[in-house]
Design a protein around this ligand. Structure first.
Ligand SMILES: *Cc1c(COP(=O)(O)O)cnc(C)c1O
Length: 348
């Protein structure tokens, strides 16, 4: 057994996955009397492709990866949950994670009865490599890192991530949901160097398809096969497969560039307000902003019809609001609302 295989839950290693009769039939024009579907066309009377072959080819061409290195999930959230289900024995194994970071790691861990050991980021939200390694024991299977990180907004240096991945004895799950907004790029082109790496990306942010629920995991073919074995057979519905395929065929345009330019503009404008103590550098499509009285400003913004995320009770984020970069006109309204707050009145 190799090192990666040894990390897999024994019952998953031994699993015989659900198979469909259609797995054995490769043609297109057969008469399908195998799945108890309705024969009457509604556009959706057939089960969708459980392997999402066409969509993986299309995404693979965009991402520069072969289909056997791609897992597609009902959002990244499905891939996060599958990491626990594939690698962690409930009540026995554990995971380590940077903190603060994305809330779903802890939720998925709790549901699977897996302990998460949260390791605070270092000064200036830096990657706490040694502390992450020190938090591990013989039952640590997973390490969650997120770059650019939510909610801190910063991306870690690729060389630091590389060092962490090489030194960590389990599986590193690197969440790159915001990579398209950063010039530090993605590690997905270097999967061959890191057999213990799983990269998560999503169509929910830069691609503007949050409503369709499509998350991606990139890894070696062995780990992708394990995830595919454990997932529900028809996890990506027909409508999502079709609509995503259609959306990917369109040019994505310069929305990402506009958001990055607006991020710089809002980040430059905010420090002029006396309530703003600090705007943290961002490699993502949001800004983490530290202010004098986060709860009061948050309440003002809500009253003004602007919903941001109050992160003041999150570790290392005291006094912070997380503000997504919107349309230029929405960012104008945000800045106007800060002005009104400083003048002590509310714009409606
Ligand atoms: C938004 C976000 C995701 C996306 O999750 P989906 O389920 O794919 O919509 C993943 N990771 C992080 C850190 C996020 O902030």
């Amino acid at each position: 057994m190799n090192k990666i295989e040894a990390l897999v839950r024994p019952n998953i290693r031994a699993l015989c996955p659900y198979s469909t009769a259609r797995d054995e039939y490769q043609g297109k024009l057969g008469i399908f009397l195998d799945a108890n579907e309705s024969p009457y066309p509604t556009g959706y009377n057939r089960y969708p492709d459980p392997r999402q072959k066409a969509l993986k080819e299309q995404l693979g061409a965009i991402k520069g990866l072969p289909a056997d290195r791609i897992f597609l999930g009902n959002g990244s959230d499905e891939a996060i949950d599958l990491m626990f289900r594939v690698f962690c024995v409930p009540g026995v194994d554990n995971a380590v994670a940077i903190s603060p970071s994305y809330g779903m790691y802890a939720v998925a861990a709790d549901i699977n009865d897996i302990q998460v050991r949260n390791v605070p980021l270092g000064p200036e939200f830096s990657l706490p490599t040694q502390a992450l390694l020190d938090a591990c024991d013989e039952h640590t299977k997973l390490l969650f890192a997120c770059s650019p990180n939510n909610p801190s907004g910063n991306a870690f240096e690729p060389a630091e991530l590389e060092d962490l991945i090489r030194r960590f004895p389990g599986i590193v799950v690197l969440d790159e949901a915001y990579a398209d907004f950063s010039d530090k790029g993605s590690l997905r082109g270097r999967l061959d160097e890191f057999p213990n790496l799983v990269i998560l990306q999503t169509l929910s942010k830069a691609y503007g398809l949050a409503g369709l629920r499509l998350g991606m995991a990139f890894s070696n073919p062995y780990i992708i096969r394990l995830m595919s074995m454990v997932k529900y057979p028809y996890n990506i519905n027909q409508a999502t497969q079709e609509l995503v395929s259609r959306a990917l065929a369109q040019p994505i345009g310069d929305n990402v560039a506009t958001i990055v330019a607006q991020r710089a503009r809002v980040a430059a404008a905010l420090p002029a307000f006396s309530c703003v103590r600090r705007v943290y550098p961002s490699d993502a499509n949001f800004l983490l902003v530290q202010v004098d009285d986060a709860d009061r400003l948050y309440a003002h913004l809500i009253a003004d019809g602007i919903i941001v995320r109050n992160r003041t009770r999150v570790p290392l984020c005291a006094g912070c609001l997380r503000i997504t970069i919107g349309l230029p006109s929405e960012n104008d309204r945000l800045l106007k609302s800060f002005e009104a707050y400083e003048k002590g009145d509310i714009h409606r």
